[in-house]
Design a protein around this ligand. Structure first.
Ligand SMILES: C[S@@+](CC[C@H](N)C(=O)[O-])C[C@H]1O[C@@H](n2cnc3c(N)ncnc32)[C@H](O)[C@@H]1O
Length: 258
């Protein structure tokens, strides 16, 4: 009996299928001596729309990123080895999108070590980054110095934006942001809750949503559910997927969590 027929005999939900897929994907390549890899899916994109403005902006950002060397953070922390990996990691692209779009108000969801927050600020005058996490910055091996978090150019706010009350309290911060970079739990729940909340933002001349890890298996449905103009920038962003969405009109998405 083939493995496929054998597997068909067992009732399998999405969670089981994902776990088997992850297991078997490790056996697919001839050479899997790769630093870090994850199973994903390739799929056609005829139902995704972009705009010429978004494509032009990303083309400008890619050029800037190619010619930029970042120097932020602390060399002795493990993730600093990824700062200037380009293409492959997202730090140079994030910095370049801020510069190409002349964005001044950045919101990050998911601070961790602070490397992406610092990257979005490097060499950008008059920029402010408000970075949210559920844990305080000094609970991580951090790239921040106390002086970085001056409350003007950089501020951390603790809380879960997917909660109704906390989102309401912070609505204006998100509504006024030029760029929102969402790099939080990717647990198949948080992102959908955020989508519903981001759909309530009011119209603004320019506002981008940048989403990390859009090629993770549990992020593909979410990325595909987005109907606002968008572009997959993975080739010049994070190897695990970087998506950029124009949410000047708020976020439009199809809700198919189930
Ligand atoms: C992948 S790390 C962020 C990495 C960072 N943006 C970078 O590129 O250097 C994800 C972070 O999201 C935080 N997180 C998890 N759930 C969250 C939530 N509901 N709201 C805000 N942050 C959350 C985690 O504590 C963790 O610090």
């Amino acid at each position: 009996m083939s493995i496929a027929k054998l597997l068909d005999m067992f009732p399998m939900n999405r969670q089981h299928a994902r776990s088997l897929y992850r297991h078997f994907s490790k056996k697919i390549l001839r050479n899997n001596g790769i630093g870090h890899y994850e199973p994903s899916i390739i799929y056609s994109k005829e139902d995704a729309t972009s705009t010429i403005e978004l494509i032009d902006l990303m083309a400008d950002a890619v050029k800037i990123a190619a010619h930029t060397n970042l120097g932020c953070g602390k060399l002795n922390l493990p993730d600093s080895q990824f700062l200037n990996v380009f293409p492959g990691e997202h730090y140079r692209l994030l910095n370049a999108i801020v510069r190409a779009s002349e964005s001044k108000k950045i919101v990050e969801i998911g601070t961790a070590t602070g490397l992406s927050a610092l990257a979005m600020q490097e060499s950008v005058p008059d920029v402010s980054v408000i970075t949210y996490d559920i844990f305080e910055w000094d609970k991580f091996p951090t790239h921040f110095d106390k002086t970085d978090l001056d409350g003007i150019r950089m501020k951390q706010v603790i809380g879960n934006l997917s909660g109704d009350v906390f989102f309401k309290q912070n609505f204006n911060v998100l509504n006024n942001a030029d760029i929102i970079f969402m790099d939080a739990p990717k647990d198949d729940i948080f992102e959908y809750k955020m989508a519903q909340k981001l759909s309530t933002l009011t119209r603004k001349e320019f506002r981008l949503l940048i989403i990390d890890d859009i090629q993770f298996v549990n992020m593909i449905d979410f990325w595909r559910s987005i109907e606002s103009p968008k572009i997959d920038m993975t080739s010049f962003g994070h190897w695990s997927g970087t998506g950029v969405v124009d949410i000047s009109d708020g976020l439009r998405y199809r809700d198919y969590i189930n």
